[in-house]
Design a protein around this ligand. Structure first.
Ligand SMILES: Nc1nc2c(c(=O)[nH]1)N[C@H]1C(S)=C(S)[C@@H](COP(=O)(O)OP(=O)(O)OC[C@H]3O[C@@H](n4cnc5c(=O)[nH]c(N)nc54)[C@H](O)[C@@H]3O)O[C@H]1N2
Ligand SMILES: Nc1nc2c(c(=O)[nH]1)N[C@H]1C(S)=C(S)[C@@H](COP(=O)(O)OP(=O)(O)OC[C@H]3O[C@@H](n4cnc5c(=O)[nH]c(N)nc54)[C@H](O)[C@@H]3O)O[C@H]1N2
Ligand code: SF4
Ligand SMILES: [Mo]
Length: 722
């Protein structure tokens, strides 16, 4: 049999590990780390190693499937587009374009073309009902980047190898691989290497995580109270004059407002809110401010709370006021070969206020927590049809039961995915997607997130099943079938049709308009490194990836998009929200729900998927609720007992694991479990792995700035069953 080796990179998470794929015929037989990759193989993990198991998933959707009663039958793409287009157009004719809604999830960002063409289709339809994973993930960061640096996508990267003091807040890089909105290959390993040379690692986390175990200092913060902890550190630094003079005057504006804010805050009050000793806060603040080189990194443990944006902001403030931006060992701006900030500005969505709650969009989308009511509440603008693009919002978002029942009421639900998961239960159409092992991607939009100038072509290793299609193709064909101009630009559909005819006549598929045209254009107009622009043929000639130049400092100022070209250290809306939080009573559990529910990621799962792969999880593996021994004793719960965890909106039953990793009063249930996998082709019973802990999260309260739900700090009760 024909054997070949393909060098490409894993597209499950932003670690983007370089991999070597052995292919026999059209089957992947082995995936190993590509040690010739000059930049990104070091975080290689079992998820990448087993990626072919998803490609060959026994329940994979192989052709479009249409719901008929309680079962599905396979159909052609023509039948799918004709039916979906007719039904959507009828809804639009009757109710207007907002009758169509769309949710897109995390994997959409790992394709170079998905989101571009999805937005093209959304603009064709003209709907404002756009929902995204951001409100259960990184919105706080977008909001902060926009207000402080003038761009939603301005992502400072970690300069690990020069850092002497790591303050890691709400992140577990030992598991999640230092890759949330940045790609720092082997980031955790490199930080530990610095530690061996004298650097200190401080981790702020309510749990004693794998990262905490290696850290020098653990601050076991009360969930959702990082804002108080970080505000206290800002206060110590400003009150004691430990700030970086020059950056506080020349780089940033707003330091006077920060001083005013902290003047009103009391250290003992803040310490008691976050439940970290005042002396410990003071010590870490002083050490951080006076370290030769230091960085604060804030991630999802910070953002998934009602005060998440303020905490995210204060993390950035600490970096700014102590002179950590654009300096060795701090947070750099990597320009990348593509100017993502410029492209991001071009792609800005039209502003829109949500129909029922009158809220603005955040980063081009409305909050997932608003979606159920937007579907179930009658009136102009009600969503009647939905597309789910790479997502599992019933499991990843708040109050999954409410969203599930809303989906059931839709006139039309279309899911684009590899398999049928929980959120696709009520789908009228299942459209088969293409796995990244079967897809070419040039992820130029994330080029500024790598911690050195880098480019690699994500070559496909195998051909997709003949019935599967990439999302860009699906959105293009759907726009054509609906007779709505892709990108909202008149004439585009006709032009695409013409290129398709030329491609057929000349038998040159590349003549057809598609994402490769955009890739070529982006490379042709890319930034120069060392006076030279990378050429398409250079990229193709370097399948292991190509480091384009040195890590450079000095690009941060020029990248700022604020009008005065300064960092806005105290955006008024953040200051006001901080004052609101300061005026709130001290956090405490409501009657009947004494525990805070935190979450965790598993090295071998990717959010709500991959839990089912035999190569990653022993069969029958479930999630558990982790309870501190003192709490367990008070509840009369012992290790392995079945317990019920309940909140005002839901209840789940699972086994207890008694363990002193969480702080007292905090129970932990890993997210991403409890997503059934259906079998639309084989008609076997659905398989289920664990329970969905997000059924316990009330979607009502959100962080007003980022519209994020309290996914990691909601209150619950626990009781032993039987
Ligand atoms: N409680 C709690 N909730 C959380 C989190 C948490 O830490 N705690 N984390 C949050 C975070 S950070 C995130 S990013 C979200 C994730 O939330 P989502 O993005 O909504 O959900 P995922 O679990 O990533 O599911 C992705 C789906 O995309 C499918 N898929 C994979 N690749 C492709 C592809 O190439 N094409 C198509 N069409 N489909 C594909 C998968 O099969 C899966 O069904 O969850 C959030 N929810
Ligand atoms: N193996 C694996 N890797 C992944 C993913 C995955 O699902 N699996 N997902 C990828 C994605 S989409 C993302 S966004 C990134 C996320 O990357 P990270 O943000 O690093 O994600 P986690 O590993 O969940 O770390 C969050 C930590 O925050 C802690 N935490 C919870 N509440 C609080 C709080 O109130 N305050 C503080 N200070 N800490 C708190 C949790 O205990 C947890 O240890 O990881 C990416 N990498
Ligand atoms: S899933 Fe694992 S192998 Fe893939 S990019 Fe992330 S860390 Fe690397
Ligand atoms: Mo995420």
């Amino acid at each position: 049999m024909n054997t070949k080796t393909v060098h490409t990179f894993c597209r499950y998470c932003l670690a983007s590990c370089g991999i070597e794929v052995t292919v026999e015929g059209n089957r992947v037989t082995k995936i190993s780390p590509d040690k010739q990759n000059p930049h990104t193989w070091q975080d290689f993990c079992a998820k990448g190693r087993t990626a072919n198991q998803l490609v060959e998933h026994p329940r994979r959707i192989l052709n479009p499937m249409r719901r008929v009663g309680d079962t599905y039958v396979e159909a052609t793409w023509d039948e799918a587009f004709t039916d979906i287009a007719a039904r959507m157009n009828a809804l639009i004719d009757a109710d207007g374009p907002d009758a169509i809604g769309l949710y897109y999830g995390n994997p959409s960002g790992f394709s170079s073309s998905n989101i571009v063409f999805m937005n093209g289709w959304l603009d064709a339809v003209g709907t404002n009902n756009r929902y995204a994973v951001g409100s259960v993930d990184q919105n706080a960061w977008h909001v902060v980047a926009d207000a402080m640096y003038g761009s939603l996508v301005m992502a400072p990267v970690s300069d690990i190898d020069n850092c002497d003091y790591f303050l890691l807040v709400g992140t577990n890089p030992a598991v999640s691989a230092w890759n949330w909105l940045e790609t720092v290959p082997g980031g955790w390993r490199r930080a530990l290497d610095r530690q061996r040379h004298g650097a200190r690692i401080v981790v702020v986390d309510p749990l004693r995580t794998e990262s905490v175990e290696k850290a020098d200092v653990h601050l076991a913060v009360r969930p959702g109270q990082d804002w108080a902890l970080l505000l206290a550190m800002v206060k110590v630094i400003l009150d004691e004059g430990l700030e970086h003079e020059q950056d506080c005057t020349e780089l940033a504006t707003g330091v006077a407002e920060l001083r005013m804010l902290v003047a009103h805050a009391d250290l003992d009050d803040l310490a008691s809110r976050c439940d970290v000793a005042r002396t410990q806060i003071e010590r870490v603040a002083r050490e951080f401010a006076t370290a030769r080189a230091a960085m604060v990194v804030t991630r999802t443990g910070v953002s998934m709370h009602l005060g998440g944006t303020v905490a995210e902001w204060l993390g950035h403030v600490l970096n700014v006021i102590t002179g950590r931006m654009d300096r060795p060992g701090g947070r750099r701006f990597e320009p990348g070969y593509v100017d993502a900030i410029r492209l991001g500005a071009l792609a800005k969505a039209k502003p829109h206020k949500s129909r029922l709650l009158d809220r603005d969009m955040v980063a081009g989308a409305h909050a997932l927590s608003e979606l159920p009511a937007e579907i179930t509440t009658a009136g102009p603008g009600q969503i009647r049809a939905m597309v789910i693009n790479c997502g599992n919002p019933v499991v990843s978002g708040p109050d999954g039961a409410k969203l599930d029942s809303a989906f059931e009421q839709l006139d039309l639900l279309v899911a684009i995915d590899l398999v049928q998961r929980e959120s696709h239960r009520h789908a009228h159409w299942l459209l088969p997607a293409v796995h990244w092992l079967e897809r070419d991607d040039l992820l130029s939009f994330t080029s500024a997130m790598h911690d050195e100038p880098y480019v690699q072509y994500g070559a496909k290793a195998v051909e997709p099943p003949p019935g599967a299609r990439q999302e860009w193709r699906i959105f293009t064909d759907l726009a054509i079938a609906m007779r709505k101009p892709l990108f909202g630009a008149k004439g585009v559909n006709g032009f695409i049709g013409a290129t398709r005819r030329v491609a057929r006549l000349t038998r040159r598929p590349s003549m057809e308009f598609g994402p490769h045209w955009i890739d070529r254009l982006l490379v042709a107009t890319s930034r120069k490194f060392n006076g030279r622009r990378v050429k398409w043929r250079d990229i193709m000639a370097n399948p292991h990836g190509l480091v384009l130049g040195e890590r450079e400092f000095g690009h941060f100022r020029e990248a700022l998009r604020t009008e005065d070209k300064k960092v806005h250290a105290a955006p008024p809306e953040f200051v006001e929200r901080a004052r609101e939080l300061l005026a709130e009573p001290h956090p405490g559990p409501p009657e009947g729900y004494p525990f805070q529910l935190a979450g965790r990621r598993n090295r071998h799962s990717m959010n709500s998927w991959l839990n089912e792969l035999p190569g990653l999880h022993p069969s029958g593996k479930m999630n558990e609720v982790v309870i501190h021994p003192d709490d367990a004793a008070a509840l009369g719960v012992t290790d392995g007992d079945r317990v019920r965890v309940f909140s005002a909106v839901g209840a789940i039953e699972l086994a207890a694991s008694v363990d002193d990793r969480p702080r007292r009063g905090v129970v932990v249930v890993d997210h991403g479990w409890g997503s059934r996998i259906f079998d639309p082709r084989g008609k076997q019973a659905p398989e289920s792995f664990g329970v969905n802990r997000n059924l316990l999260i009330d979607g009502g309260p959100v962080d007003p700035l980022s519209q994020t739900s309290a996914l990691s700090s909601s209150y619950v009760g626990v009781e032993r069953i039987g």
